[in-house]
Design a protein around this ligand. Structure first.
Ligand SMILES: [Fe+2]
Length: 222
């Protein structure tokens, strides 16, 4: 008898990874950010454009943070790269399996990396990183005040705004999904997915690292 099958096409995957080394590197990362901001007080130029009306009340570094020399930074970037690679491998398993008999390896390149320090109430409007397959946010510091409506990251449903209202479509009912910000947590998401951050208020500034990546299937000579 022919087997019934339920296919799943174009899934929206969001990966959640925890860095067990976070507490060992947090202090060094915060000191590095402090020094960086001292050396580059203006940060990302866009935020100083007087006609710019988007994200506000925050400091953002340039997009080439990975070119800076700092041990703690490179430890966390390694964790980020490993986690994104794991996500890309699992998501593309069917395609990778086709190369099973050949010597191929998936490699990942962090093309853009940056950090953001949010002043009290600072926020990011909904946007996407459409040119990249996988992007991420890593929470370096959020503090005990963090909760769903304070400093969390939200993702918007990528489908058409209209959907049937009967129970059959309940799985896609919510217009957005929200992940609580937690220190040492990394969220990996596809670049096309619209997202933003709820304003954060707390004793310490909210600090995050973000990255945009490219993955490539390379032939390995063995
Ligand atoms: Fe983003």
């Amino acid at each position: 008898m022919t087997k019934n099958t339920l296919f799943q096409y174009w899934p929206v995957m969001i990966g959640e990874f925890y860095n067990s080394e976070h507490n060992n590197i947090k202090k060094d990362l915060l000191n590095f950010f402090k020094d960086y901001e001292k050396k580059n007080p203006k940060g990302n130029k866009q935020l100083h454009d007087k006609n710019y009306t988007g994200n506000h009340n925050l400091y953002q570094s340039s997009y080439n943070l990975h070119q800076e020399k700092n041990d703690a930074l490179h430890k966390v970037l390694k964790f980020i790269a490993k986690s994104i690679l794991e996500t890309a491998k699992l998501t593309n398993k069917a395609s990778i399996d086709q190369f099973e008999n050949h010597k191929h390896e998936l490699s990942l390149n962090l093309v853009e990396t940056w950090f953001i320090r949010y002043n009290q109430g600072g926020m990011i409007y909904p946007h996407n990183h459409g040119n990249f397959s996988w992007s991420c946010v890593y929470y370096v510091q959020v503090g005990k005040e963090s909760k769903k409506m304070n400093g969390s990251t939200y993702f918007m449903k990528p489908y058409n705004p209209q959907y049937p209202s009967d129970f059959g479509s309940k799985y896609m009912k919510n217009a957005q999904t929200t992940f609580k910000a937690e220190e040492g947590k990394l969220l990996v998401f596809p670049g096309f997915l619209y997202h933003g951050s709820h304003p954060f208020s707390g004793e310490n500034d909210r600090m995050i690292i973000s990255a945009n990546s490219m993955t490539e299937l390379k032939k390995v000579d063995k």
